[in-house]
Design a protein around this ligand. Structure first.
Ligand code: ATP
Ligand code: MG
Length: 247
């Protein structure tokens, strides 16, 4: 199954991607987490820590700095994952997929963009989870059927809801299933605001949770800080819903 997480900047995409990846791995799935953001932070929400996350991004960076001539290039997606990936807690494999800006040498490690990697990566027996960059750019470049589900994260603010609406519309036009995640919900009014625009879609609700905010401030995974926090439990429940979807 291939899942992508989309939404406005700061909506909670990385928090939700990282926590779902960990939850799926804990329940026995082979999880490949793809950090498709130009500012790769998924490692932190996965529990790799600040240093581990920087190291992961640094491997990609190194390739562009070492220059195309003497670098050893990867020609397969599996090779790319092996070479640029790292193991996160619970056995999640994570790879930073944002483009390294170099002339296309016909090799995947240099020429591949995050959306192409996600499009072309075969799920096989794995669950692939892509944390997309903010906005709908990557989604607009996705072809029909290249993803199974898009989690569209919406906060209860007009701008976040508008970006979510466009993301959901784009996914639907690509025949990709949409699950709206109403995130940072602190009351009925918040939910009503999101439902009034996105009510036609399947929806999951994640409450505003101080543990999630604290995890971010401390640079740790929310699921490691407190797996019983209401927000964390709500995200774990989304992972269970995803598993139950027919693909
Ligand atoms: N349910 C929640 N309760 C409290 N804080 C939350 C919740 N969800 C996300 N946050 C906080 O919101 C901030 C943004 O979250 P996150 O980094 O996951 O968003 P993002 O969509 O990936 O952002 P970006 O577009 O910058 O990549 C973080 O400080 C995070 O801790
Ligand atoms: Mg993010």
């Amino acid at each position: 199954m291939k899942i992508a997480v989309a939404g406005k900047g700061g909506a909670g995409k990385t928090t939700i991607s990282g926590t779902i990846a960990r939850a799926l791995a804990r329940s026995g799935h082979d999880v490949m987490a793809v950090d498709a953001d130009v500012n790769p932070m998924l490692g932190i929400s996965l529990g790799l820590g600040m240093d581990g996350t920087e190291r992961l991004a640094g491997i990609r960076q190194e390739l562009s700095e070492s220059g195309a001539e003497d670098a050893i290039h990867e020609h397969t997606i599996d090779g790319l994952i092996e070479r640029f990936g790292e193991d996160a807690p619970d056995g999640v494999r994570v790879v930073v997929a944002s483009r390294v800006d170099m002339p296309d040498h016909g090799c995947l490690c240099c020429g591949v963009s995050a959306d192409r990697l996600l499009r072309e990566m075969e799920a096989g027996g794995r669950t692939v989870l892509g944390d997309l960059e903010a906005g709908i750019g990557v989604l607009t470049r996705m072809q029909t059927g290249s993803l199974d589900v898009v989690l569209v994260v919406a906060n209860p603010t007009p701008k976040s809801i508008e970006v979510a609406r466009r993301a959901a519309q784009t996914a639907v036009s690509r025949e990709i299933r949409v699950l709206v995640v109403a995130n940072r919900i602190a009351g009925e009014e918040d939910l009503a605001a999101i439902r009034s625009v996105l009510g036609e879609h399947e929806m999951a609700i994640v409450p505003e949770d101080a543990v999630i905010a604290r995890a971010d401030a401390e640079g740790v995974a929310p699921i490691d800080l407190d797996e019983n926090a209401p927000g964390v439990r709500a995200i774990v429940a989304i992972s269970e819903r995803l598993v139950a979807l027919p693909v």
